[in-house]
Structure formats: structure tokens, C-alpha cells
Design a protein around this ligand. Structure first.
Ligand SMILES: Cc1cc2nc3c(=O)[nH]c(=O)nc-3n(C[C@H](O)[C@H](O)[C@H](O)COP(=O)(O)O)c2cc1C
Length: 206
């Protein structure tokens, strides 16, 4: 079983990475394989609503979406991490998630997922709310911890001193490992995936 951890910070080894690393190390100790995927430093544009993914089966715009989607297909669980930028997820992470969830829903649904944020000081719960909305829209199973899944710091050293934040990451990782093992046991016992329904689209004017 594998968890894909997405680092939505421009800093490959910054604060968000430090939080994700703590979770990944604990997942590994629980026997779960991990990979941390960095969305990169180049700005990631949002979805332009072209509908190209409906025909192609993947976002028709480039990096880092195609690589991430390939990895998502074989991942059993996800942790989406972002720094807090103006009380929200980073702009690139927002663009990345808009396009990932628009084009890659099949690779995500029925899989456990969590969000993690890093901030110097404030805006954490607003950013977490934003990130968790993707998962609860996309048929994912939201995993929590013993506190909201955030760390605090401006540098990785700060985050390493945030003992409560790091503990929250480790507990999150153990909860994620437990959910993954329960899902595996359910599958082995023959519990089927929930039955979906053909999507009904309405808008408020009809
Ligand atoms: C554009 C920008 C906006 C930021 N906005 C906030 C904010 O609203 N609240 C906050 O506490 N920190 C804010 N920060 C600081 C980062 O969230 C914080 O340093 C974070 O831990 C950095 O994580 P990283 O090293 O993974 O990028 C901001 C940083 C940047 C670059």
C-alpha cells in the first residue's frame, strides 16, 4: 500500500515538506510505502474549463499534472500539503488541485485523504477548509488527527521545534495507515465499493 504526499509549496524542502516528511516517516514505520511529490517552482495555472480532459482522460495542459495523475492512479491514499498564502492554499496548489480533481477523479475516489498546512502564524483553518473541500467533493475518505493538521514556522527549523504540530502529523499518519489497513481487510472480506449513481447536474435556475 502506498500514500502519495503532495507538496504544494514552492520550497521543495521547506516547512510543508518538513510536515509531510514527519507523516511519511510514520507511515513507513507502519509498513506503508510513501512518495513525496513536489509540484515544482514554476507557477501552476488553474483549470481553463476547456473540457479537453473529458476526451483525453487527463488534463491536456502540461507539467506537473500528467506525472501526478500517473502516480495518483497507483496510490492508495493521499496527503495534500500546502503553505498558507494569505489565509488560503498557495496559488499553484489551488491551480494544481482544480485541475487534478477536474481531470483525475477516478484515480482519487474511494481513497483516504488528508490535508496538511504550514503557516508562520495565521490562516491555517481557512486554508484547511479550502483543501478539504476537494476531498469531500471527490468521494474521498477524509482522515483527521487529534488536532487540525497544521504546523507553524517560517523555516524548517521552526517546524522541527513545533512539537505539537509534528505529533499531529504522526497521529494523522497512524490514522491513515489504520484506515488503509481496514479498507484492505474489507476488500479481502469481499466488501464491495459503494454503488455509484449516474451524475445528475442541476443548477439553481432549472
Ligand atoms: C505569498 C505568501 C503569503 C503568506 N501568507 C501567510 C499567511 O496568510 N499566514 C501565515 O501565517 N503565513 C503566511 N506566509 C508564510 C508561510 O505560510 C510560512 O512561512 C510557511 O510555513 C512556508 O511554508 P513552505 O516553506 O513550505 O513554503 C506567507 C508566505 C508567502 C510567500
Amino acid at each position: 500500500m502506498k500514500v502519495l504526499l503532495i507538496n504544494g509549496s514552492p520550497h521543495e524542502k521547506g516547512c510543508t515538506y518538513t510536515a509531510l516528511r514527519e507523516a511519511a516517516d510514520e507511515l513507513e514505520r507502519q509498513g506503508i510505502e510513501t512518495e513525496i511529490f513536489h509540484i515544482g517552482t514554476a507557477p501552476v495555472g488553474g483549470c481553463v474549463g476547456c473540457g479537453g480532459c473529458k476526451k483525453a482522460g487527463h488534463c491536456v495542459f502540461g507539467s506537473p499534472l500528467p506525472e501526478a495523475l500517473e502516480k495518483a492512479k497507483t496510490a492508495d491514499g493521499f496527503i495534500f500539503g500546502s503553505p498558507v498564502h494569505y489565509a488560503a492554499a498557495s496559488g499553484s496548489m489551488t491551480g494544481f488541485l482544480d485541475r487534478l480533481f477536474m481531470s483525475g477523479g477516478a484515480a482519487l475516489k474511494y481513497k483516504p485523504a488528508a490535508a496538511v498546512v504550514s503557516a508562520r502564524r495565521a490562516g491555517t483553518t481557512a486554508a484547511l477548509d479550502q483543501l478539504q473541500k476537494y476531498m469531500t467533493f471527490g468521494n474521498m475518505l477524509l482522515v483527521g488527527s487529534q488536532y487540525w493538521t497544521m504546523v507553524h514556522g517560517k523555516t524548517p527549523e521552526d517546524v522541527r521545534r513545533d512539537e505539537e504540530g509534528l505529533q499531529t502529523m504522526r497521529v494523522l499518519a497512524r490514522n491513515m495507515a489504520w484506515v488503509l489497513k481496514c479498507l484492505e481487510a474489507g476488500k479481502a472480506a469481499g466488501v464491495p465499493l459503494p454503488e455509484g449513481e449516474e451524475r445528475i447536474y442541476t443548477s439553481f435556475i432549472r
